[in-house]
Design a protein around this ligand. Structure first.
Ligand SMILES: C[S@@+](CC[C@H](N)C(=O)[O-])C[C@H]1O[C@@H](n2cnc3c(N)ncnc32)[C@H](O)[C@@H]1O
Length: 209
C-alpha cells in the first residue's frame, strides 16, 4: 500500500509553471481537459490516443509517477498530452498558469485521496477556497467531473461544489458523454479496481454558469 503524500508539505509550495500551450501541444486551440491526481497517467495515455480532437493535461503530486509518465511520453508520438508535477491547488493558483483558463473545457477529480480523519480533511484537494477560485477562473459552460467510491468523500465534494452559486449540478443521465473529454467512458485504474470489487462508484458533473 502506497504512502499518501501530504499536499500541504512545504516541499510542494514551489512549482514549475506549465509552459505556454503552443509549446506543449501540437494544436493549442483544441479544448483542454485537466485530470487532477492522474497517478501513472494510464487513463490520459488512453484518452489522448483515442481522442485527438482534445488536449489532455495531467497533474500529479508524486514526482516519480510524473517522471515516468514524461519518459513514456518521449518515446511515443503523443501530440496532445502533457504532465505536470505538484500540488494541484498550487499549480492552479500560480499566476503564471492563468493562461490555462483560456483553454480549460473540463477538469476531472477521479478518486481523489479521501483523507478519512477529520483533522486531515484540509489535505483534500477539493476545498471551498479552491472551488471559489475555479468558479472565478473557469470559462462559462466548462465542467467539473468528480468520481469516488467513498460516499463520505463524495458528499463532501458535492456539498463543497454545490455551495458555490457559480456551479450548476448536471443530472448525470442527461449528460451526453459523447461530446465530452471521455466519449468512450474509459475507466481510470482505480475505477477498474473498484468495479472489479463490485464497490459503488459515486459521480457528478457540474457546469460553470
Ligand atoms: C487514489 S489515487 C487515484 C488515481 C487516479 N485518478 C485513478 O482514478 O486511478 C489519487 C491520486 O491523486 C494524487 N494526489 C493527491 N493529492 C493531490 C494533489 N493535491 N495534487 C495532485 N495530485 C494529488 C495522489 O498522489 C494519487 O496519485
Amino acid at each position: 500500500m502506497r504512502q499518501h503524500v501530504n499536499p500541504l508539505s512545504k516541499h510542494f509550495i514551489d512549482i514549475n509553471p506549465i509552459p505556454p500551450l503552443h509549446e506543449v501541444f501540437e494544436n493549442p486551440k483544441l479544448p483542454l481537459h485537466m485530470d487532477v491526481g492522474c497517478a501513472s497517467g494510464d487513463f490520459l495515455f488512453e484518452l489522448a490516443l483515442k481522442n485527438n480532437n482534445w488536449n489532455y493535461l495531467g497533474i500529479e503530486i508524486r514526482e516519480k509517477l510524473v517522471l515516468n509518465a514524461k519518459f513514456k511520453l518521449k518515446n511515443k508520438e503523443y501530440k496532445n498530452l502533457y504532465f505536470s508535477f505538484g500540488n494541484a491547488n498550487n499549480i492552479f493558483y500560480h499566476s503564471k498558469n492563468k493562461h490555462l483558463f483560456d483553454s480549460i473545457t473540463s477538469i476531472s477529480f477521479n478518486f481523489p485521496d479521501p483523507w478519512f480523519k477529520k483533522k486531515h480533511h484540509k489535505r483534500r484537494v477539493i476545498q471551498a477556497k479552491f472551488i471559489e477560485f475555479l468558479a472565478n477562473s473557469m470559462k462559462k459552460r466548462s465542467l467539473i467531473f468528480i468520481k469516488t467510491d467513498v460516499k463520505d468523500l463524495f458528499d463532501y465534494m458535492d456539498l463543497t461544489i454545490s455551495e458555490s452559486i457559480n456551479f450548476k449540478k448536471l443530472v448525470n443521465e442527461k449528460f451526453l458523454y459523447k461530446d465530452s473529454f471521455n466519449p468512450s467512458k474509459i475507466q481510470t485504474n482505480r475505477e477498474k479496481y473498484v468495479l472489479m470489487d463490485q464497490l459503488e462508484v459515486y459521480e457528478s458533473i457540474y457546469m460553470k454558469i
